[in-house]
Design a protein around this ligand. Structure first.
Ligand code: XMP
Length: 509
C-alpha cells in the first residue's frame, strides 16, 4: 500500500491513539510490534516510534535494530522512542529529578523549524515519563523545551529524524495533531488520501485478487462489523460469498426476520438458520453465566459448521474482525500469543481450518461505520447499539426458558422502541432490559399479583470499558414503565439501573 506509515509499538497504552490521530489526518498507518518489524520497508513512507512502560536503561527493555529505518526514512520518536534514539546514539538518558508527568507548556521553540509550523510558545503538551534526555545524541539539535524538560524535542542533523518527549497523540497536547501533520505531511510528504471511498475501492480490488474464484462463508450477526465485512466481500465476489445468519433464539423481538429482510434487500447471498430449539435445549437448566456463554458458543460453532458443510468447496472463512481485536491479540511481549491459537488445529471444526479473510482488520470502529456509510448501508443499521453475542441469555438472570425469553423480548421492545420514538436512542451508547429472578407482590384491579421484576439499563460510553448510566427523562421512564406493566403479562414491577461501570458492569451477568 502506498502512503503507509509504520508505527512501531514499544508497548505504550497510547499506541492505538497515535494510529487514530494519523488516520484522522486521512493517512493510512499500521501498528507493528517492535520485535516484528516488517521485512519489506519500502511500502512505508515514515515511521513513528511509540512510547513504552520500560526505561531504555533496563536490560529487558525493547531494543530493536533500527538500522533499516533511522536515517533511511523520516522517523518520529515519541517519548520512549525519543529516549531510545538518544540512548543508543551517543546521548544520555537518566532518571529525572523533577516531576515530568501531566500538563506542561512549551517555553522554547527553535525558530524557522517546519516541524513546529503554526505551533507557538505556550502550547500545552502532555508528559508521562520518569527518565529524561540529559544529553542529545550525536548530531542532535534541540527544538523545544518546557520549564522542566530541557530536551522536549530534538532533530538529528543530516537526517529526517525527529523526536519529542511528550505525547502528541493525547487530547491534552493541544497542538499534537498539528505536530503530526507537520511531520507526516510537511516533512515526510505523505499524501492524505486515506478516505472511506478510497478504502472501499482498494479493498474490493485486493479482495478480488486474494479470493479470486474461491468461495467464502461468513457468519452475520446483525451487528455493524459483520455487515460491513459482508457488503465489502459481496462487492468483490458477489454470489461466491455465502452468508449464514443464525437465530439462537436469544435475539431481540422480530430481530431475526427484520435483519434477514434487510440483508436480502442489500443483495447479500444469505441463509437464515433458525436454531432456537437447539440453543434452548443446550441451555436447559444452566444458571451460571459463564456456563451459559460456553453452551451458546459451542452450539453456535456446531450450527455454523453444519451449515458451512452444505456449501460445496469452501475455501475461505470471512470475518468482521476489527483493528482493536487484532492489536490486542499481538502482544508486544512477542509473537507467542498468536502461535498458541494454532496449536490444536486438528481438534477444530472444519470451518475453522479454512483460510481467513478479514477485510476490516485494519479499521477502528468509527472507521467501519464511515466505510459502511460509503457503501450505502442503512444509517439505522450502522447506528445500532452494541448487542452481546450471547444475547438475552445474559440478561435473563438464572436459568433460561422460552417463556422468559418471550417476556424479556416484549419488555426490551417497548423500551427500545420508546427510546427511538422519544429521540433518545442515538444519545445512548447501549440499552436493554434485564429479567430478574425475583417475584414481587403487586395489585392489579382487586387481585393480588406475584410476578416478575425487570430492570432497565441505558449507558453512555465510548468503548464499553467504562460507562455511566444515562439520565433519561422521568416522563419517559414513567411512560415506559406503565407500558411494560400494562402490556407484558407476567411483569408487575420495573426498576432503572443507576450504577456506573466500574464498579458495576454493563451486562448483569
Ligand atoms: P460488560 O458487561 O463487561 O460489557 O460491562 C461490556 C460490553 O461487552 C458486551 N458483552 C459481551 N459481548 N459476548 C459479547 O459478544 C459476551 O459474552 C459479552 N458480555 C458483555 C456488553 O454488551 C457491552 O457492550
Amino acid at each position: 500500500m502506498q502512503n503507509n506509515v509504520l508505527i512501531l509499538d514499544f508497548g505504550s497504552q497510547y499506541t492505538q491513539l497515535i494510529a487514530r490521530r494519523v488516520r484522522e489526518l486521512n493517512i493510512y498507518c499500521e501498528i507493528h510490534p517492535y520485535n516484528n518489524i516488517p521485512e519489506n520497508l519500502s511500502d512505508f513512507k515514515a515511521t513513528i516510534l511509540s512510547g513504552s512502560p520500560f526505561s531504555v536503561r533496563a536490560e529487558d527493555a525493547p531494543h530493536p535494530d533500527l538500522s533499516g529505518i533511522k536515517g533511511k526514512m523520516p522517523v518520529l520518536g515519541v517519548c520512549y522512542g525519543a529516549q531510545y534514539m538518544a540512548h543508543f546514539n551517543g546521548g544520555n538518558v537518566s532518571p529525572s529529578n523533577t516531576r515530568e508527568y501531566g500538563r506542561a507548556n512549551l517555553s522554547f521553540i527553535k525558530e524557522n523549524e517546519s516541524f513546529f509550523n503554526d505551533i507557538h510558545i505556550g502550547s500545552q503538551v502532555w508528559m508521562s515519563h520518569s527518565d529524561t534526555i540529559k544529553q542529545l545524541p550525536e548530531g542532535g539539535v534541540k527544538l523545544a523545551s518546557t520549564a522542566d524538560v530541557e530536551n522536549a524535542a530534538y532533530k538529528i542533523e543530516g537526517e529526517e529524524t525527529y523526536a519529542i518527549q511528550f505525547h502528541p497523540e493525547v487530547y491534552h497536547s493541544t497542538d499534537g495533531k498539528k505536530l503530526l501533520e507537520n511531520f507526516l505531511v510537511g516533512i515526510a510528504k505523505v499524501k492524505q488520501d486515506w478516505t472511506p471511498d478510497n478504502f472501499v475501492e482498494m479493498t474490493v480490488e485486493s479482495l478480488k485478487e486474494k479470493v479470486g474464484d474461491g468461495k467464502v462463508v461468513l457468519g452475520l450477526s446483525g451487528g455493524v462489523d459483520s455487515t460491513v465485512a459482508a457488503v465489502l466481500l459481496n462487492k468483490a465476489i458477489g454470489k461466491n460469498l455465502y452468508c449464514i445468519f443464525v437465530n439462537n433464539g436469544l435475539l431481540r423481538k422480530n430481530e431475526f426476520e427484520n435483519v434477514l429482510d434487510q440483508y436480502e434487500g442489500m443483495g447479500l447471498n444469505v441463509k437464515g438458520v433458525d436454531a432456537t430449539a437447539r440453543f434452548l435445549d443446550a441451555l436447559d437448566g444452566i444458571e451460571d453465566p459463564e456456563e451459559k456463554r460456553k453452551a451458546i458458543g459451542r452450539v453456535f460453532i456446531e450450527v455454523f459448521d453444519d451449515e458451512a458443510h452444505l456449501v460445496q468447496d469452501v475455501d475461505w472463512l470471512g470475518q468482521g474482525t476489527i483493528y482493536p481485536d487484532v492489536i490486542e491479540s499481538i502482544s508486544v511481549k512477542g509473537p507467542s500469543a498468536t502461535i498458541k491459537s494454532h496449536h490444536n488445529v486438528g481438534g477444530l471444526p472444519d470451518f475453522m481450518k479454512l483460510k481467513v479473510v478479514e477485510p476490516l482488520n485494519m479499521l477502528f470502529k468509527d472507521e467501519v461505520r464511515r466505510v459502511g456509510a460509503s457503501l450505502g448501508i442503512d444509517p439505522e443499521l450502522l447506528g445500532r447499539h452494541p448487542f452481546p453475542g450471547p444475547g438475552l441469555a445474559i440478561r435473563i438472570l438464572g436459568d433460561i426458558t422460552a417463556e422468559k425469553v418471550r417476556i424479556l423480548q416484549e419488555v426490551d421492545d417497548i423500551f427500545i422502541s420508546g427510546l427511538k420514538t422519544w429521540g433518545l436512542y442515538d444519545k445512548v451508547w447501549q440499552a436493554g432490559a434485564i429479567l430478574l429472578p425475583v417475584n414481587s407482590v403487586g395489585v392489579m384491579g382487586d387481585e393480588r399479583t406475584y410476578e416478575k421484576c425487570v430492570a432497565l439499563r441505558a449507558v453512555e460510553s465510548t468503548d464499553g470499558m467504562t460507562a455511566d448510566w444515562v439520565n433519561l427523562p422521568y416522563e419517559f421512564l414513567q411512560k415506559t414503565s406503565n407500558d411494560i406493566i400494562n402490556k407484558v403479562k407476567g411483569v408487575n414491577r420495573v426498576v432503572y439501573d443507576i450504577s456506573s461501570k466500574p464498579p458495576a458492569t454493563i451486562e448483569w451477568e
